[in-house]
Design a protein around this ligand. Structure first.
Ligand code: ZN
Length: 178
């Protein structure tokens, strides 16, 4: 195939990934036959934190659920875009918002993050982004669940619930969102 990197210019990281992928493809089995509709009709919105395994922690498997991830697992406009598509196009009707303990954006404020993002450039761009930092993790779950439930584009048959995942124990604790 033209355009395929032969490996000469690949970083070590990419070489490891490609080698691992060849193993993965060998064990791929019949996953190529899975349908586009998530079998369990679930969509999970969670943080990009590398310690979280959203599929496994919920006892799910490949083909079962949509996973939407961003910093904090916040109900940002783009997260909502994905969730609305998830529901309207393939019918997910059980949405889970999962924030977690020791999240990287918990100890940040809008101002601090804008400053960090600006770095040496001082472009001012950092101030334009709403970083959706977290002050109180229970409140952030409640706010995001409420935003999703109240969103005018969220279908009426969608149920939205909120959780905090404990990084130290692996336990998922439900947040009472009313
Ligand atoms: Zn996080």
């Amino acid at each position: 195939m033209s355009g395929i990197n032969s490996g000469d210019t690949m970083s070590e990281n990419i070489k490891r990934i490609i080698a691992a992928n060849r193993e993965y493809a060998r064990e791929f089995g019949d996953k190529g036959k899975l349908g586009i509709i998530p079998a369990r009709k679930i969509a999970i919105l969670t943080c990009m934190d590398a310690r979280i395994e959203p599929i496994r922690l919920a006892g799910l498997g490949v083909g079962d659920a949509h996973i939407v991830r961003n910093a904090g697992g916040r109900a940002s406009d783009d997260a909502i875009r994905s969730l609305i598509i998830s529901s309207r196009l393939v019918g997910t009707n059980e949405w889970l918002v999962i924030h977690h303990t020791a999240c990287g954006i918990e100890n940040l404020t809008q101002e601090k993050m804008a400053e960090k993002a600006g770095g040496a450039h001082k472009s001012g761009e950092g101030d334009y982004i709403n970083w959706l930092t977290i002050k109180d993790r229970v409140q952030s779950v409640k706010d995001d669940v409420k935003r999703l439930r109240d969103h005018p584009l969220t279908p009426k048959d969608v149920s939205v619930s909120g959780f905090i995942y404990d990084i130290e124990t692996g336990l998922l604790n439900e947040v009472d969102c009313g």
